[in-house]
Write a protein that binds this ligand. Sequence first.
Ligand SMILES: CC(C)(COP(=O)(O)OP(=O)(O)OC[C@H]1O[C@@H](n2cnc3c(N)ncnc32)[C@H](O)[C@@H]1OP(=O)(O)O)[C@@H](O)C(=O)NCCC(=O)NCCS
Length: 387
Amino acid sequence: MRRVAIIGVGMTKFGEHWERGYRDLVVEAGVKAIEDAGISGEKIDAGFVGTMASGRLIGQEHVGALIADYMGLNPIPVTRVEGACASGGIALRQAYTAVASGVADIVVAGGVEKMTDLDTSGVSDALGGAGDQEWELFMGATFPGLYALMARRHMLEYGTTEEMLAAVAVKNHKHGAKNPYAQYQNEITIETVLKSKIVADPLKVFDCSPITDGAAGVILAPLDIAYSYTKKPIEIVASAQASDTISLSARKSLTEIAATRIAAQKAYKDAKVTPKDIDVVEVHDCFTIAEIMAIEDLGFFKKGEGGKASLEGRTTFGGDVVVNTSGGLKAAGHPVGATGIKQAVEITWQLRGQAEGRQVKDAEYGLSHNVGGSGATAVVHIYKKAY
Ligand SMILES: CC(C)(COP(=O)(O)OP(=O)(O)OC[C@H]1O[C@@H](n2cnc3c(N)ncnc32)[C@H](O)[C@@H]1OP(=O)(O)O)[C@@H](O)C(=O)NCCC(=O)NCCS
């Protein structure tokens, strides 16, 4: 296996892009990543793109071909991958595997989603298909509903409170306020969250990630040739993915995402690091409870202590580990297929020292965590400064 590095990154601003189409967003992010890598498009051998639900959201399938066409990449192979909200993380892993195995040298991994063409109920229906259609969505269980069940159980077993959930949103809005690419760049208070309207009890509007349009891209190369393109390559030192039951009801526990725990263990082993070595983390906070479970399942805090740690400020600057400097899914937004790639973009900026206004000092190791559905897929990547 060859060592693999990120040599270029780019993304659109995340938000409601009423005036723009899916293909415009892809082209903007892709061109920015190619320019950042300082390569010409002809150097690219292959592409993988994460898109979750383009058929239902914008009526467009076959987006691998669409992207190859509009990016001017024909005739190289561009392949769409789908793993619900983990589609971007899976695209990155596929690109990593292609470079590591020697099948390709320069590979682009992208993620994109255009969600705001439908109204909220249309989007909820499209997203709900990433759970168990027959046993969950058909019975009315949308994603806010499924994560609300997990939140209630976490509260019951560990004494997690609505205030602790709210603290996650407050922290992520504070980080997002420093990120020019974030959908929401405003700070909020615990009271704002607690007083916002209930979506699925105990989750309120401000406990939820929003509906978002956006795209992101990264360019990968073998580490040994990465230095000819950039002075600051960021090595991907581990790429791990795990699966679990599609239906929440079949899980052994509702207070963990087991696929996260398993993927993280494998990633730490491959990277030869422990959670203590990680300086900056992007976790999949599709709902505030999801961040609390993630920081526990990734080993940053003991099971049951994630809520308290969030309330005590241990997941922000000056704490134990800085979580979601981008603002996370909550404030930076969650264009589902793009999220996993956006996380890699943010970690790259952090490890290059380019995260202006939200830079974690001397960050050496970063981790990204991307979840599909209610946890049936989890992808974990670990990154290291290679300069
Ligand atoms: C939470 C949710 C239901 C809110 O949708 P909604 O009630 O239709 O909200 P609207 O689009 O009407 O927005 C109303 C206002 O709240 C804001 N808003 C909407 N969602 C928000 C969120 N998650 N956080 C903060 N503000 C939000 C909007 O910007 C808007 O503000 P404005 O009036 O100043 O323009 C929707 O964002 C949602 O479904 N989120 C979850 C998405 C999801 O499941 N993703 C996959 C996870 S696995």
